[in-house]
Design a protein around this ligand. Structure first.
Ligand code: GLA
Length: 713
């Protein structure tokens, strides 16, 4: 595994990971051409060389070659990686290969290729960082203005990927809406462009920046899959472009929509990372590689080795109606279940009694909490739990002291309305004073109180994104500056309070991406807490993200959103597939429910290591039938957990056995079925499967398998 360089008549780089190789080369025009991406081949001569000028047909050479990063300039019509306007209004960009560098200092090898537009001294670094064990390549671009005049960046992607020829390109992607995020969809990509994007200022509920492409035949365990994921929490886009020769190029990064960036002399602009990989072992392997990559490389290191605590959140139980007395009663009940972290959600601050008031005024509401938060927090701590708090720092209600004081702190245009959504406006994080205000109030909260968890919410998309005080060439930078401001505050807070867990929330799963995950430990996946609906949302989520960050609550039945009634066991089993939380009104739970809840929390604590750090297998997906099964296997393969769910069973319908995966073939595993202990080999569990006795409409089962030390002779 390494980065090899061929330096004879032509210059080529071979980026080798454990199972794949990615090859690029320089052509006679000093373009960087993409040559190969896939399984390793036996001989160096097997790999294709660069296309030569003379091979060009009617289409221009630059149109024909697969450019690693294409400038907008010359005779080019495909989606560009970079488009600029120079100060003299020249809008033609010429990027030529200059040199390269290898970095081998951290746990990864990185190749940097330098391109230059020499007439203007604009340097572009293409970065390739190899995540060798997971067959992933992180790509990003760094632009340096070494010239003497400003450059206006109009479009800049993080990477362009070229896929090998396939008869069909089938795209898998994640779409959704509020309370219905991350649903998997599959389409065949025809000729032309298909664009997925966010223009909302956040990653969005509508589309998540993840993709997978196969030839239409890959399944969970077999088949070639190319897949990628972007690390950006603001406006993004991914463009799939199948050209008239049937070749697929995938470009992704910051969205150029309404975007412009002024790069002054000696400044640089670094794009977010776009990570992609290739596997021959289907979608399951692709997901598991992304999961482990996130655990090992993305999530903040300081807390990552620990499993997530079981938390309680007050939102569904008490909504805005929180007060010291009520929360203390809830805390007592919750503690008796074995919960480890008590989170006070919205309603504790300012004059906040519903969603019309108070956002921005981050002082404790003394009517609701006459003894400040200290009394509640001490109480929670005495009950043996940590304390967590909800905040929504990027927002303000018009009915607030903050807005009265600083009406110019929100995005707005003169002579235009300020459109409210959920009665709130978005603060302008491009402004340094706003970023300072946010840092200061959270810093004070963390300094003054024993808070171990922050739920960072963001409950509306942007509108009227004006920044009238800024100079004109910078006003459209807000889309990027907002995200940079957000990242800055989070990074500073994490450095100062490394033991505090941060959860990212945006009206549910509106801000889930690798950018926010570098600075938060977990995410609130959806406001939809109906356990059956949740199965689909969690399944889509699992294609892109590790179960460890997937916070899932057990809430009341019937569910507030769709009135569906589900048993407590079913609701627990669904929530236990990620990081377990409880969000029901415990004042209304019966003795039997409390008893069962205690047992389930104990059970979860025993298996959470397997769920949060193990390998996940989607055995029977939601879209294949009415039996759904997901399995988790720990690293040593000596423990596994199987979740099975049944819905809408027709009378007499036979349930097929569930075939397990990821176990050691000739090892024996024991599990309990009703009252019987059953021992079977990993191979038998894979080939014959495991019979589950489920019935009716919404039945579920959680089965734990443990490897036996003896052999069955
Ligand atoms: C959003 C979140 C909820 C809750 C409310 C509070 O909708 O997704 O979990 O925190 O805000 O207003």
């Amino acid at each position: 595994m390494s980065i090899k360089i061929l330096n004879n008549d032509e210059k080529k780089w071979f980026l080798e990971t454990k199972n794949t190789v990615y090859v690029i080369g320089v052509d006679e025009n000093k373009n960087i051409q993409h040559l190969y991406w896939g399984e390793k081949l036996p001989y160096p001569s097997d790999y294709p060389g660069v296309l030569l000028l003379k091979e060009s047909i009617f289409d221009n050479f630059e149109q024909i070659i697969k450019e690693e990063f294409s400038p907008w300039g010359g005779i080019r019509y495909k989606e560009p990686g970079l488009k600029v306007i120079y100060e003299d209004h020249v809008r033609d960009l010429i990027l030529k290969y200059k040199t390269y560098k290898l970095i081998d200092s951290d746990k990864c090898k990185t190749l940097i290729i330098y391109l230059i537009d020499s007439a203007y001294n604009l340097e572009v670094e293409l970065n390739y960082r190899l995540i060798e064990e997971y067959d992933l390549i992180e790509r990003w671009v760094n632009i340096k203005n070494k010239g003497s005049q400003s450059v206006q960046i109009k479009q800049i992607l993080s990477a362009q990927w070229h896929l090998p020829d396939m008869q069909n390109y089938r795209l898998s992607y994640l779409y959704g809406r509020w309370a219905g995020e991350t649903k998997l969809s599959r389409i065949e990509l025809g000729y032309g462009k298909k664009i997925f994007e966010s223009r909302r200022g956040i990653t969005s509920h509508q589309f998540n920046p993840w993709f997978a492409v196969d030839n239409g035949q890959a399944d969970e365990d077999i088949g070639k899959v190319y897949y990628g994921i972007l690390g950006w929490s603001g406006n993004w886009k991914i463009v799939f472009e199948k050209d008239s020769y049937g070749r697929l190029q995938i470009g992704g990064g910051i969205n150029d929509f309404d975007f412009s960036w002024q790069l002054k002399p000696n400044e640089c602009f670094v794009t977010p990372k776009f990570v992609a990989g290739h596997t021959t072992n289907g979608f399951g392997d692709a997901s598991r590689k992304l999961h482990h990559y996130q655990l090992d490389y993305i999530l903040p290191g300081n807390l990552n080795y620990k499993t997530r605590p079981v938390l309680y959140n007050s939102w569904e139980a008490t909504k805005f109606n929180v007060n010291e007395e009520g929360q203390k009663i809830l805390a007592e009940r919750v503690a008796s279940l074995g919960v480890e972290l008590f989170v006070l959600d919205d309603g504790w601050f300012g004059e906040r009694n519903d969603d019309t008031d108070g956002l921005g005024d981050w002082y404790v509401n003394k009517k609701k909490f006459p003894h400040d938060l200290t009394s509640l927090i001490s109480y929670v701590n005495e009950l043996g739990m940590d304390f967590g708090l909800w905040v929504e720092p990027e927002m303000v209600n018009k009915n607030s002291k903050l807005y009265n004081l600083h009406p110019d702190w929100v995005y707005h245009f003169p002579n235009r309305p300020r459109s409210e959504s959920r009665n709130q406006l978005v603060l302008n994080l491009a402004k340094k004073e706003v970023v300072e205000y946010i840092y200061d109030f959270i810093n004070k909260l963390l300094d003054n109180y024993n808070i171990k968890f922050i739920k960072w919410d963001m409950n509306r998309p942007f509108s009227e994104p004006g920044w009238p005080e800024a100079l004109k060439p910078q006003q459209q930078e807000i889309w990027v500056r907002h995200v940079q401001g957000l990242y800055q505050v989070l990074d500073r807070l994490r450095r100062k309070y490394p033991e505090v867990i941060f959860e990212s929330c945006s009206g549910g799963g509106g801000r889930v991406d690798l950018g926010i995950l570098q600075r938060t430990d977990q995410v609130w996946v959806s406001d939809n807490t109906d356990a059956f609906d949740r199965l689909k949302i969690q399944e889509g989520f699992s294609y892109a993200y590790t179960p460890k960050i997937m916070m899932s609550w057990v809430t009341d039945s019937p569910n507030w959103l769709n009135q569906r009634k589900l048993s407590l066991e079913y609701r627990f089993n669904v929530a236990m597939m990620g990081s377990l939380g409880i969000g029901g009104n415990l004042n209304n739970w019966s003795k039997n429910e409390i008893k069962l809840a205690k047992e389930k929390v104990i059970q979860y604590k025993k298996i959470r290591e397997i769920i949060q750090h193990g390998d996940q297998y989607r055995l029977l997906p939601t879209w294949k039938g009415n039996l759904i099964a997901v399995e988790y296997v720990n690293k040593n393969k000596d423990k596994a957990v199987l979740f099975v769910f049944l819905h809408s069973q027709q009378f007499g319908e036979k349930l097929l056995p569930v075939k397990l995966n990821g176990l050691i073939s000739d090892s024996l595993y024991q599990y309990q079925d009703e009252n019987k202990k059953i021992i079977l080999s990993g191979k038998a569990l894979k080939e014959i499967g495991l019979k589950v006795n489920l019935k009716g409409d919404f039945d579920s089962k959680l089965i734990i398998l443990e490897k036996q030390n003896r052999r069955n002779d």
